[in-house]
Design a protein around this ligand. Sequence first.
Ligand code: HEC
Length: 447
Amino acid sequence: MNARSIGVGVLGGLVVLVAADSSVSGDGGQARSAGSAPSAVTYTRHVAPILQRSCQTCHRPGTNAPMSLMTYEDVRPWARAIKARTTARIMPPWHIERNVGIQQFKDDPSLTDEEIATIAAWSDAGAPRGDSGDLPAAPVFPDDEAWHIGKPDLIVEIPKAHVVPANAADLWIDYIADSGLTEDRYLQAVEAKPGPGARAVVHHLLTYLIQEVDEDEVLSGRLDDRGTNAESFLNEFAVGKNGDFLPDGTAKLVKAGAKIRFNLHYHASGKETVDRTRVALKFYPKGYLPKYHQISLQIANAHPDLDIPANTLSRHDGYYRFSKPARVTALQPHMHNRGKRMCVEAILPSGRAEMLNCMGFEFNWHKVYNYADDSTPLLPAGTMLHTILWHDNTASNRSNPDPRNWVGYGQRTIDEMAFAWVTWTYLEEADYKKMVSERDKRRASER
Ligand code: HEC
């Protein structure tokens, strides 16, 4: 086992840490270090490109964000709020901690320290517009109503139209729909989206597959610790993201009679809106036999021990053993109102532990973090995935319904949970070794 095969991303994290340190200690004003802003910051030259990349996918007309940030006129009144939310790293919603672990993810809109400093300097300077000649071309957004995974083989909708009144409290709700699938098929790509015209009311949307599983048939590897249900995570809808393709040669079996669970967070937009959220599935051709099976399960839970006293910050641990070599492609923390943070480390068979990632948890946002293809942790057989989960049961947690109550495990939102949704594929030993050595070679040549 070579440290770099999973450590590459970790090394990337260390580089970030060094850069951040040098900006803290100062460099005598010689060079612009990470976290400092250019002088004479303007909207057109410095701020607009940042907003285009990291904000406008959500902050444009017709989406779930409260205001558009498309033009200077849109942005100007929000300058101070933008500084506050970006400095606190509340916006864009992305809770991967930057000083530890792997930093390469798909669809990562997060800002660098330098970008945050640029926005702050611009806001402090009175949010100047700048030269209109500096303004970059407006980005072209993909057609929200089109499917980006190609022509779907199957579209499944929530079983009934959901009406979000003009004004209402936020609602978290599950809908379960029959897929109508009459034969087993292998999933190649998946894309979920709110119903036409309903983007403004869908705050988040996750989909899950519910089916009877014959483990030997579905999974290429033996699972030693399944959850009690046969649910498997499918995907997350996120504005600006155009569906999920499974890696080449990797598939997920969708069985005849499968059901889809939609987990929705509705947020009233001031206008009564009817939603018919749907998910599109694209399958490999009939007869196709995938080399690898994608597994996506809630694992390493801390439920038997979950004991969260009143007015306390508490930590719990969960474990899950990979019986075969595994390539991890996505992580997502799952907790309820008091959830605060999750770290996931890999305890290797040698006993050495590698931190994969730490991430904040905010009940308002159920974020899925998909590793970039070249940064997916490659873990040897026998690796123990260790989750560390924190709950904040104090009054300083804004989502906490009542810090005076003890909380334990339960299904209701007022109870707590603590686990990771992890997406991975088991690899054959020889393929695992090959992937590790190819990645090491690629890394070495990049140095
Ligand atoms: C994934 C979608 C998304 C992205 C990306 C995003 N926002 Fe937001 N933003 C929202 C939503 C939704 C809200 C409403 C509050 C909430 O639900 O958390 C919000 C709220 C805000 C607010 C507070 C508005 C108020 O009413 O006070 C500000 C300011 C803001 N965003 C700025 C930004 C900036 C600047 C960026 C980019 C650096 C950004 N946002 C990126 C979705 C997004």
